[in-house]
Design a protein around this ligand. Structure first.
Ligand SMILES: [Zn+2]
Length: 190
């Protein structure tokens, strides 16, 4: 049997334009997005607004249990050890439209500029014993956290050895995904 030469070509791209193909390893869990570590790249659509993607965002994110923060009360080395022992990382590969890609870049840029300026201010404060520089450096450092946190496209609420559960995917994108596959346990959100 010969193949029909006029048959339409089969699209074998891992993320065909606008479609999901046979991509697997990710699903929605209510308003959360769950991605397995061995998942295919997410569909080539903006994870925020579901518009056709113009860029990919692949950034390592990390997660550690919230209770680890309480160990700071005991002493900071306890926090550091607990953090290093329980820390889990993942690298979700998601699409972004031009608008959301630009927004993410701008927030990262702002956060980094604030961070550098604040660190310079703090250093000047330490060496010149200037309370004004020390205070403004500390405040600047705290302010720089806001754009840096906002620049995280998908914020992990839980990561284990196999899966990551994320906040931040838009409802239009989530609506195109399947619910949790049968037999899979829901992940905690802390
Ligand atoms: Zn978008």
């Amino acid at each position: 049997m010969s193949q029909n030469p006029f048959a339409p070509p089969v699209n074998q791209s891992p993320h065909p334009e606008g479609g999901d193909g046979d991509a697997s390893g990710f699903w929605r869990e209510g308003s959360y997005l769950v991605i397995r570590k061995d998942a295919d790249p997410l569909p080539h659509r903006c994870v925020k607004c579901n518009a056709p993607a113009q860029a990919r965002n692949i950034r390592q994110v990390q997660w550690y249990p919230r209770w680890i923060t309480l160990t700071v009360i005991v002493c900071w080395p306890a926090f550091l050890i607990g953090y290093l022992l329980t820390r889990k990382t993942a690298k979700p590969n998601v699409g972004l439209c031009m608008r959301h890609a630009k927004r993410t870049k701008m927030l990262l840029f702002l956060g980094r500029v604030f961070l550098v300026v604040s660190l310079v201010g703090l250093t000047v404060g330490i060496f010149s014993d200037s309370l004004w520089f020390l205070l403004s450096g500390t405040v600047g450092l705290l302010i720089s956290l806001a754009p840096l946190i906002l620049a995280i496209v998908l914020r992990p609420v839980h990561i284990d050895n196999e899966r990551g559960k994320y906040k931040g995917a838009g409802p239009a994108f989530l609506d195109t995904l399947e619910e949790m596959p049968p037999g899979d346990e829901p992940l905690a959100t802390h």
